[in-house]
Design a protein around this ligand. Sequence first.
Ligand code: SAH
Length: 368
Amino acid sequence: MDILSLPYDALCRKFAALHGKLGKGVFHADAVFQKLYRDGVFDPESLPEFVANLPLARSAKQHFSFALPPLAGKQGDGDTFKFLLRLHDGLESETVVIPMRKYKTLCVSSQVGCKMGCRFCETARMGFVRHLTAGEIVAQVMVARHVLREPVENIVFMGMGEPMDNFDAVADAIRILTDQRGLAIAAKNIAVSTVGHVTGIERLAKLVGADKSSGRLQRLHLAVSLNAPNDEIRAAIMPVNGLWSMSELKDALLRWPLNHPDDFILAEYVLLEGVNDAPEHALMLAEYLRGLNACVNLIPYNPGLDGTYVRPSPERVTEFFKTLSDAGQYCRIRGTKGDNAMAACGQLGNRALSRSLRQAQGPVLEVT
Ligand code: SAH
């Protein structure tokens, strides 16, 4: 069993089961969990807590495996770079390291490929290959911290895949990442970015709400990829809009728990020339967001491998930004770090790999 897939409570339960008597393994599981996430080491026999119980240490070694996937590549563009991990089945995950003022932000993948089919996104062209396990998501953070020695304090689920489509694994990964006894990443430094998967937003809201007693997840951030000011444009570029309309999406966003005065929902908006970048679109967008505590992140389109769309000129981007701000909507323009290394938003994915898999496996799922 991959130990990186187990949140603290689940690990304690497994240890208790190994111990034969329920409730007895917590002390040992706790020691293992702390050592694993603080130092990147899984070696129960070397822990003082196991001196009096070496058979349990050996049994733990047999039952749990800890092997960080090896680096399969690193592609850089100055300070921003992406790294690939070789998974046990030969597939690769992609993760981007982005420097911030003091720390690094890690953009993690939740799937290999994606089913959502957004027309402007490189990952969509790959199709869906498979979900990542919680352990494979957590491993991306462990490799960044313990192998690459990057001071990662922020995590964004904005890499390959739709996190809400792999909800259980993403939720377990978040439980592990935020655990004070381990990596201890603050929930307010974690953002889950969704294509606008309404069921997923509702489930995540429940998870955050259910966390009231410990307060650990209360400030988890939600990012939503709007990318359009109305259903007509959105449906043309994002097939998911056929499942949940913008008004259904807005209802879900209105119910999202913002538990702190500094918190807001991040609304991502990829600017595509001639599609969604006109001043009238900015006005419509401001109207749509009225009543929501949101910050719009404007992302000038990053070109994929074939040039279906065009990035608007800096003047056009500024005009959109000004129109939106003047309409009273808080917004920012996101820099385009990493686009020379195909490491920027929407540029992750390995089409050649997925083509060969598709030939082997037949057609991939599509959201219609
Ligand atoms: N599935 C999730 C997370 C992955 S995409 C989601 O949809 O939010 C992460 C962000 O990159 C999204 O906001 C998406 O709109 C944006 N994006 C996708 N393709 C892009 C491109 N070619 N240029 C700029 N941003 C892009």
